[in-house]
Design a protein around this ligand. Structure first.
Ligand SMILES: Cc1ncc(COP(=O)(O)O)c(C=O)c1O
Length: 403
């Protein structure tokens, strides 16, 4: 009988996959908590969590059981009908975020498409056609046409002109630049930024989270929407459920995905205040958005985050990691930036080679972004002992690399 539970053995046949990824020459076949395993049983400590996705670690038993149970009960009916798990997931998200309404999508880019549509519709409703959205340099919002147009990285956009011409770009953190734009652009409808830029290098604004308060004030003054991309920073990653909860502001639109499903593909757009009701019946939709299965996963992930105090742990262990990297690397020219379990270690030179070296020499999974920033996105429930393992494996490697 076919062994449906086993992935097929890889052969030397040419791959039929579209070659859109520069994949590392390794395949993990199972995981548990903060660890990944190859077919031969080699164990790797995962300080990346599938790029900020598996916040509760791999093969979490409660989430796995919920998926199995729901798969045997009901996976999908469509949004033609009431979906009680979707209603419950929206309620949990609203409670934990202070936002009012939720639309479920399937990925970060798709959630951001929803936000961009809200901004467009918000403008259209005020007779502003092709309303402009202010976005930041070095931002990343996804790979669909509208989201890559919003993204502040020429490499992501190359070859895809004409781009969606709805975006005005400013340096991240620069309030004066926005005020200048406001003088010449009566058609601005929204500001859309990440509270911390992930792909761009784990960057906060020079004024820290005060940036968000300043953006909120500008949006109130001009009747713009404040839209935050929390695809990466959301779901506990920075030590609060959403990063804006480090401040007292409430955005009009928040997007999220990644950790929302702990690996199950699901995203969401949350609205409050001015953005509530902008999208009405018939304005937006998704066949798979908020299936019974996906929505139950969201409910279970939020329950587990709360039950395991994983967000508090992310704040505490994340701070410990940042402090220890700072202390142990203090004689080197490095800049450590840490916000919960979102940690960037900026080195004085390009360090892409550290990914392979950490993997092959230390059995440690890390990422390098923006060329010279070692990016760590460990599970939120990383233990102190596991954090020490990350430090003990990575610090000597960075020291050796910097010489
Ligand atoms: C801030 C941010 N927005 C959007 C995206 C796109 O999400 P997805 O890959 O799920 O479409 C990402 C992915 O890295 C991200 O970090």
């Amino acid at each position: 009988m076919t062994q449906y539970s086993k992935a097929p053995v890889q052969t030397n046949q040419p791959s039929h996959l579209m070659q859109t990824y520069a994949r590392q020459p390794i395949a993990f076949v199972r995981g548990r908590g903060a660890y990944l395993y190859t077919e031969d049983g080699t164990e790797y400590l995962d300080a990346l969590s599938g790029i900020a996705v598996c916040g509760l670690g791999h093969a979490h038993p409660v989430i796995a059981a919920a998926i199995a149970d729901q798969a045997q009960t009901l996976i999908h009916t469509s949004n033609l009908y009431e979906i009680p798990w979707q209603t419950a997931a929206a309620q949990k998200l609203a409670e934990i975020s202070g936002m009012d309404e939720v639309f479920f999508a399937n990925s970060g880019a798709e959630a951001n498409e929803g936000a961009i549509k809200i901004a467009r519709k918000y403008g259209n409703d005020k007779d502003i056609l092709n309303g402009k959205i202010i976005v930041a340099e070095k931002s990343f919002h996804g790979r669909t046409l509208a989201t890559l147009s919003a993204t502040g990285n020429a490499k992501v956009q190359e070859g895809f002109a004409p781009l969606v011409d709805s975006f005005l770009r400013v340096p991240y953190g620069d309030i004066d630049a926005i005020e200048k734009l406001a003088l010449t652009h009566p058609d601005i409808v929204a500001i859309f930024v990440e509270p911390i830029q992930g792909e761009g290098g784990v960057n906060t604004a020079p004024q820290g989270f005060q940036y968000l308060q300043q953006l909120r004030d500008l949006c109130d003054q001009h009747d713009w929407l404040l839209m935050l991309d929390e695809v990466q920073t959301g779901n506990g990653r920075t030590g609060k459920y959403f990063a804006y909860q480090h401040t007292n502001i409430r955005p009009d639109v928040v997007t999220t995905a990644k950790g929302l499903g702990n690996g199950f593909p699901i995203g969401a757009v949350l609205t409050s205040a001015k953005a509530v009701g902008v999208l009405a019946a018939g304005n937006h939709g998704s066949t798979y958005g908020g299936t019974a299965l996906g929505s139950r996963v969201v409910c279970t992930v939020i329950d587990c985050l709360v039950d395991e105090a994983a967000i508090l742990n992310a704040a505490k262990i994340g701070q410990y990691l940042a402090d220890e990297f700072n202390r142990r690397l203090s004689v080197h020219d490095v800049n450590v930036r840490g916000f919960g379990m979102m940690i960037g270690i900026e080195l004085p030179k390009d360090c892409a080679e550290l990914v392979a070296r950490a993997r092959d020499e230390k059995q440690l999974i890390i990422n390098v972004t923006a060329g010279n920033v070692v990016r760590l996105l460990p599970p939120l429930n990383l233990t102190q002992a596991e954090a020490d393992q990350v430090l003990d494996r990575l610090v000597p490697l960075i020291e050796d690399f910097l010489g």
